[in-house]
Design a protein around this ligand. Structure first.
Ligand code: FES
Ligand SMILES: [Fe+2]
Length: 418
């Protein structure tokens, strides 16, 4: 499976090699499959846990609870400026090292050393054990043997990734591959005005990811987005789909919001020149890399880069959105959404950014409102096979890749399916 050609005839799906038949969502309702995803995917893939702006200076840190991997991670910028990740586990008797009021909640801050709350062992920012209370009471204890357990960590364009595998098979850059690294040069570092949302949703993580892999649902679920009266043709059709390895990409053609007749806009959109597709007048952030719009769609709308397994970066030109889906059980997940804009230089720009953030939330809630219904209906198992349209080809790819990773893992560990 590789890069798809833009079909001169036929369909994206027929070119994909993924088949055209109905698919199963058993992978989203099975506790056994969830256990396999834990080992096969979340303990092996590179996972984006944050942005470099979250570690603004040496000594800045944040923790990340990754329930599916049964891991708590502390990510820290050391005295040398390097970003490192460690298991958040004290080497003395296993207490969680970094937490604030509640051990299961994530935290962030700034420090010179980490001190365990239990017996006061201390660790420096590079993970070395720096102090043992009453060290002489121990037996042949060499502090050098008791540093924090490190986790593979790398940064791509300011996105901090970790990998929980002892020996990742690929570097981060190899894992991301050419389709995603074609975003090199996009000025993420200039877009530092952030709006963050979290939600705990009642569905398997893949069910929500599916909602952002296709725009087929827009006509029914978000009719305000492109009103029927101005939609040509009477459907939302994407201009370009592409896959590379486990990752996916979809580009939409741009019905510019501001070109709609005024009666199709919310009054606040006209007043603030902002809305669902973001601020209408974003500051010039310089040249954008060609990989942003790989097939040269004109007028270009957005490109949604879906980085396996659980991250999407949706780029709207002068700003971007990021989603992460963290599985918390077979039928729940923790959703993180972030909007990133160029810092407002005027009150008008600030208002425009805030309106975009609020309108985004309205549409995300429309998507999220489907989740409990889909999950509970799938769990009845009354229907086992579901047809997918050509516009849903990335849903087909996503579930195929998840299945492939699980099968590869089983083959490698217990010889199943070899
Ligand atoms: S468990 Fe951390 S110092 Fe004892
Ligand atoms: Fe949607």
């Amino acid at each position: 499976m590789g890069r798809w050609p833009k079909p001169a005839e036929g369909s994206w799906t027929e070119h994909s090699g993924l088949g055209t038949g109905p698919i199963s969502f058993a992978d989203s309702v099975s506790p056994e499959f969830y256990e396999l995803e834990r080992e096969a995917i979340f303990k092996r893939a590179w996972l984006n846990v944050g942005r470099i702006e979250e570690l603004p200076r040496n000594g800045s840190y944040f923790t990340k609870e990754i329930a599916i991997a049964k891991a708590s991670i502390v990510v820290v910028r050391g005295q040398d400026g390097e970003v490192r990740a460690f298991h958040n586990v004290c080497r003395h008797r296993g207490n969680k090292l970094v937490w604030n009021e509640f051990p299961h909640e994530e935290t962030r801050g700034f420090c010179r050393q980490f001190t365990c709350k239990y017996h006061g062992w201390r660790y420096d920012l590079e993970g070395a054990c720096a102090f043992v209370q009453q060290e002489e009471e121990f037996f042949d204890l060499d502090k050098r043997d008791y540093g924090l357990v490190s986790v593979h960590c790398d940064v791509w364009n300011g996105f901090i990734f970790i990998n929980l595998d002892q020996e990742p098979g690929q570097t981060l850059r190899e894992f991301l591959g050419p389709m995603i690294t074609a975003l090199d040069g996009y000025p993420f570092e200039k877009l530092t005005e952030r709006y963050d949302f979290v939600a705990d949703n009642d569905s398997n993580w893949k069910i929500f990811a599916d909602a952002f892999q296709e725009y087929y649902h827009v006509t029914a679920l978000h009719p305000q987005q492109v009103p029927v009266a101005v939609r040509r043709p009477d459907a939302v059709e994407c201009a370009h789909f592409q896959v590379e390895g486990p990752h996916r990409l979809v580009t939409t053609a741009g019905a510019r919001r501001w070109t709609l007749p005024p009666e199709f806009m919310y009054p606040i959109e006209r007043a603030t020149r902002s809305g669902l597709l973001g601020p209408w007048d974003t500051p010039d952030i310089g040249p954008l890399p060609p990989g942003l719009n790989p097939s040269g769609v004109e007028p270009w709308g957005i490109t949604n880069f879906q980085i396996f397994p659980n991250v999407e970066i949706l780029i709207y030109g002068g700003w971007y959105l990021l989603y992460r889906y963290w599985p918390t059980s077979p039928n729940t997940h923790h959703f993180e959404g972030m909007l990133a804009f160029h810092p407002a230089r005027t009150v008008r720009e600030r208002v425009a950014n805030e309106v975009a953030a609020v309108v985004f939330k309205e549409f995300a809630l429309q998507d999220a409102a489907m989740l409990g219904g889909t999950q509970s209906a799938l769990e009845t198992r009354a229907v086992e096979r579901f047809p997918l349209s050509d516009q849903e080809v990335l849903v087909r790819h996503f579930h195929k890749v998840v299945g492939d990773w699980v099968h590869d893992y089983l083959r490698a560990t217990v010889g199943v399916g070899a």
